[in-house]
Design a protein around this ligand. Structure first.
Ligand code: NAD
Length: 507
């Protein structure tokens, strides 16, 4: 694969502070991107601000047609794109395909539904024949999108697509670890006819992200809770809105009447997809005592059958981790757990013969909430399983976390599972599966507690990018010629209306 080199606007040469992008499996340099200065970021936002009104004037259907043309181009180029995505992250082919499929589906959903969601709405007024009220949805202007490395395409576009449908321009600050996929996708947008200044990329590290917050009209951030908190503070100081998709420590609850094969397979898929580097990954499992031994045995059996390597194709189950920092945290969590009495039933070490950052799918038992692996985000392929007395204890432990991103419940009694799910402190919960939100674009996900603010997906994921403007018109031909509104007639009208509302509350 050719090395992809990007340079700053107006320059053709590499600069000393350019960021090298490396393949995590081979260590080779696969590209480089410039570090945008605060001034360059400001200039990009200004260009975006100038281009936004024309983009907004296209209307939601006009914008949708260009976005769908882009999605078709990405779909047609998926073989090349998936290879690039894998070279930046070390992920498997099926995992990279999932990113492409989810984003294609997101475009399909908003193409179909955004016109309806954004349509001006007629609202009730005090006297319906006299006053006419309409609520319009207006874009904020320039959305700044700051994104992580674990799903560099999905976690970027899932927020950028609705921002564009809503009529905003977008300036993107992708992760410094994986900027090439973002660059590839945005280059295709411009080829598809989305004006160059409507979607721009500013590459760099935290400083570039900080500069974007200083200039944009709205920030959508996906990343760690620690950085998310800093961003929330700065956005509050600037009085601009933000949505924050942050870390998680997602709990899976397996009840005595669960289909154990389904539960164990879901633990594998939900916990080990992308080598566990998933914000909504299964990070801890609570199993009712009656099925604990059988569940652990099934899960152990599956983990020992997993194929982990860097090969191409859909027969590979788990790939490499992306950063040394992540592998080191996995090792630290495992060591802490073992020191406090946990047992390792499968895995428990690096797979150095596969590559420097491969880590074996690992099953831990004998765990409790004194251990880091049960309370801090691990973000790696560790599956700690804890035996619980009953569903109440599982719920209490699941909710014993500063995080509240996602979760799952397994039971053959769907009503009971949904009742448990509704008591989980999490923005989305799957029943008899994991991460099912990704198969329900019209639903949404997002964090309770320290997992974030705002929702992604569905109408809520689009409406976060608009502010409403109410326009109320007085259509009464006979004008009130008095200096005050509360005269004899209006007070009588209000008293009658008040009484009527006791009979018909929606009047
Ligand atoms: P990170 O917070 O370190 O970085 C995220 C982005 O923020 C990067 O682009 C980075 O350059 C930028 N950044 C860093 N400091 C900044 C600052 N002070 N101001 C502005 N921008 C700054 O996160 P990461 O390591 O890239 O990603 C992993 C984390 O992201 C995990 O905690 C994971 O749970 C979380 N995540 C959450 C979701 C979700 O949807 N909730 C999805 C994926 C990842």
């Amino acid at each position: 694969m050719a090395v992809r080199q990007y340079t700053s606007v107006g320059s053709s040469a590499a600069a000393p502070n350019d960021i090298e992008v490396r393949n995590p499996i081979t260590g080779e340099v696969i590209g480089s991107v410039p570090t945008f200065s605060a001034e360059q970021v400001r200039a990009a936002v200004e260009r975006a601000r100038a281009a936004q009104p024309t983009w907004n004037a296209l209307g939601v259907k006009g914008r949708g047609r260009l976005i769908r043309r882009w999605a078709d181009a990405m779909w047609a180029a998926q073989a090349e794109f998936i290879a690039l995505l894998r070279s930046e992250t070390g992920k498997t082919e099926p995992n990279a395909y999932n990113e492409v499929a989810v984003i294609d589906n997101t475009v399909g959903y908003y193409y179909g539904f955004a016109p309806r969601i954004l349509r001006p709405q007629s609202r009730k007024t005090f006297l319906p024949f006299v006053y006419k009220a309409t609520v319009y949805h207006e874009p904020y202007g320039v959305v700044g999108a700051i994104t992580p490395w674990n799903y560099p395409y999905l976690n970027l576009l899932i927020d950028v697509i609705p921002a564009l449908f809503a009529g905003n321009a977008v300036v993107i600050k992708p992760s410094e670890v994986t900027p090439l996929t973002a660059q590839y996708a945005i280059d295709r947008m411009q080829e598809a006819g989305i004006p160059r200044d409507v979607v721009q990329i500013v590459t760099g590290k935290g400083d570039t992200g900080r500069a974007l917050i200083e200039a944009a009209d709205y920030i959508t951030f996906t990343g760690s809770t620690a950085v998310g908190k800093q961003i929330a503070v700065r956005c509050a100081e600037r009085m601009i809105p933000c949505s924050l998709e942050l870390g998680g420590k997602d709990a899976m609850i397996v009840l005595n009447d669960a289909d154990l094969e389904q539960a164990a397979l879901s633990a594998v898929r939900g916990g080990l997809e992308n080598a566990g580097q998933v914000c909504v990954g299964v990070e801890r499992i609570y199993v009712e005592a009656g099925v604990y031994d059988a569940f652990v045995e099934k899960l152990r059996g599956y983990l020992t059958q997993m194929i982990c390597c860097s090969d191409d194709g859909y027969g590979v189950h788990m790939g490499s981790m992306t950063n040394p920092r992540e592998v080191e945290r996995v090792e630290a969590h495992l060591e802490d757990a073992v020191q406090r009495g946990a047992q390792v039933l499968a895995g428990g070490s690096r797979l150095t013969d596969k590559g420097p950052l491969f880590y074996a799918p690992t099953l831990l038992t004998g765990v409790d909430h004194t251990m880091r692996v049960m309370t801090e985000e691990t973000f790696g392929p560790l599956l700690p399983v804890m035996k619980v007395r009953d569903a109440e204890e599982a719920l209490q432990l699941a909710n014993d976390s500063v995080y509240g991103l996602s979760g799952s419940v397994f039971s053959r009694d769907e009503r009971h599972a949904v009742a448990i799910a509704r008591r989980m402190q999490a923005g989305d919960v799957s029943v008899n599966g994991t991460q099912l939100f990704f198969l329900a674009s019209a639903a949404n996900m997002g964090g309770f507690k320290e997992s974030g603010i705002g929702r992604r997906g569905g109408p809520e994921g689009l409406l976060r990018y608009v502010q409403t403007r109410s326009i109320v018109a007085d259509r009464l031909p006979i004008k009130n010629r008095e200096f005050i509104l509360a005269n004899k007639r209006t007070r009588l009208a209000f008293t009658i209306l008040r009484r009527l509302r006791r009979i018909i509350p929606t009047i």
